[in-house]
Design a binder for this molecule. Structure first.
Ligand SMILES: NC(=O)c1ccc[n+]([C@@H]2O[C@H](COP(=O)([O-])OP(=O)(O)OC[C@H]3O[C@@H](n4cnc5c(N)ncnc54)[C@H](O)[C@@H]3O)[C@@H](O)[C@H]2O)c1
Length: 445
């Protein structure tokens, strides 16, 4: 081969090598600068999951990331739904505001006679009836309730009224408002409710009462404390006058309530003596009527519900223990009369007509009209054997005594319970239909 040909060959090979080298160089540069899609994926993967040699761990990481992404998406959806809900609530509110509401008729009281009255526990059974009477009289009413046993439904017919205000508040915490009178009723009242959280029951009746008495002191308001016949415990004196000191087991299952109320009374008279607060103390005996709790576990509601459902009516013990029952409107009249009076000692408010529990079960069965059997079951611990108020003091000082006969009161109460049962059946039925509807089933994953 000539020298010339050799040079051409060497030049050609060198050129080819250079071209190949340049191509490799470019590929590496472009790979590093992430311009290729493959490189992008690898780099992204490396960023999210640092390279690991363990494939299982890697898979777990991938699953974890996927779960996170799903959670994030669900959170977004939840936020979106919440926004939609808030918009709907706003619409409902504006619709409500634009529709004039009908309220029960209230009297007009001029500024001088109109009082601003706080009712603690005003969404409960007794409290809501007191609200009705005082609203109708033309006063301004502020209800404070934590809704432990109370319900907005008990006072919903006043919501939006210019004279009415409902505050969601726990009276264990202080409250600062301007008022002329306080009816202090906030406290669970039936054994299952007050035994549910005994410490809270004590706090409500001690710290709560201190807060109300402190408020009364600050704004110079008159305060009525809703005490109870339970301060007499299992009494050894019959009927019980206010001068009887009681027979209470301080460590029994009812003590949180009985002793709580006793301290509540003691606090009231301490504030009266030391701080010159004007106090009234109502010792309330068993009360019944519409809006009482369906499941409060006490005789009236138990018997009526059992009779309405045609179930066995269960009597604790031998049924010979006695109770006296007053209708709620009588109690409310008594409380208003006590507040208006200048009498400061405790006053029994109850119905002195005594019945054995067994007789009572028979009356209810008769009024409901069912065929329920009446059966005795074991007695409750610390269940008082006799309870009957001596109401001489209330008669003399307040000119008050119960007016509503048992039968008339029971008819009203039975009719309320019948409606409540029908209402809850309707709700159950419509909720069952809703949750079993094919549309809802389809929309589920
Ligand atoms: N109903 C009776 O037979 C009876 C008998 C004796 C005494 N009392 C007394 O009358 C008052 C009212 O009884 P009721 O039968 O209407 O009971 P209820 O349970 O229907 O009403 C009590 C109200 O107080 C509220 N409440 C409870 N703890 C509260 C707290 N810490 N802060 C704010 N609100 C709170 C509840 O949510 C409820 O609305 C109670 O003080 C009770 O001890 C009632």
């Amino acid at each position: 081969m000539s020298l010339m040909k050799k040079r051409v060959k060497i030049g050609f090979v060198t050129a080819i090598t250079l071209v190949v080298l340049i191509y490799f160089y470019k590929t590496v540069i472009s790979f590093n600068s992430n311009s290729s899609p493959l490189a992008n994926v690898l780099v992204e993967e490396q960023r999210q999951w640092p390279p690991t040699e363990d494939a299982v761990q890697r898979n777990l990481q991938i699953a974890y990331e996927a779960q996170n992404a799903l959670l994030h998406q669900q959170r977004q959806e939840l936020m979106h739904t919440k926004e939609q809900l808030a918009q709907l609530e706003e619409k409902v509110r504006s619709l409500q505001a634009s529709t004039p509401r009908k309220y029960p008729k209230v009297k007009y009281l001029n500024y001088k006679n109109r009082k601003r009255i706080l009712i603690t526990g005003g969404a409960g059974f007794v409290g809501s009836h007191l609200v009705d009477d005082l609203m109708i009289q033309g006063h301004e009413i502020i209800v404070v309730d934590n809704f432990f046993t109370g319900r907005k439904r008990n006072v919903e017919h006043w919501l939006g009224h210019a004279n009415f205000e409902l505050i969601h508040h726990d009276i264990v915490n202080p409250l600062f408002i301007e008022i002329d009178e306080i009816y202090h009723l906030a406290s669970p009242a039936s054994p299952p409710h007050y035994m549910y959280n005994p410490v809270k029951t004590i706090k409500t009746n001690t710290m709560g009462t201190i807060n109300m008495l402190g408020l009364a002191k600050r704004v110079m308001a008159k305060v009525l404390i809703a005490s109870t016949s339970e301060v007499y415990g299992d009494p050894t004196v019959h009927p019980q006058p206010e001068t009887y000191w009681g027979h209470v087991n301080p460590i029994g299952p009812r003590a949180c309530y009985d002793e709580g109320k006793r301290v509540s009374e003691t606090l009231s008279y301490a504030y009266a003596k030391q701080e010159k607060v004007q106090v009234r103390v109502a010792r309330i005996f068993n009360t019944y009527g519409p809006r009482m709790h369906m499941n409060d576990g006490r005789v009236v509601s138990n018997f009526i519900l059992q009779a309405l459902r045609n179930e066995t009516i269960t009597v604790y013990g031998n049924g010979k223990q006695t109770r006296s029952f007053q209708y709620v409107s009588d109690l409310v009249d008594g409380m208003i009369a006590l507040m208006a009076s200048n009498y400061t000692q405790p006053v029994n408010l109850g119905n002195p007509v005594e019945q054995t529990i067994e007789e009572f079960a028979k009356i209810i069965r008769l009024l409901v009209g069912g065929t329920s059997e009446i059966k005795q079951i074991s007695a409750m611990e610390d269940d008082p054997q006799r309870r009957k108020p001596d109401i001489t003091r209330a008669k003399k000082r307040l000119n008050w005594e119960p007016k509503v006969p048992l039968e008339a009161g029971l008819r009203q109460t039975i009719s309320y319970f019948r409606n409540e049962l029908a209402r809850s059946d309707r709700f159950q039925e419509s909720s069952r239909k809703y949750f079993e509807s094919p549309d809802l089933q389809r929309s589920r994953p």
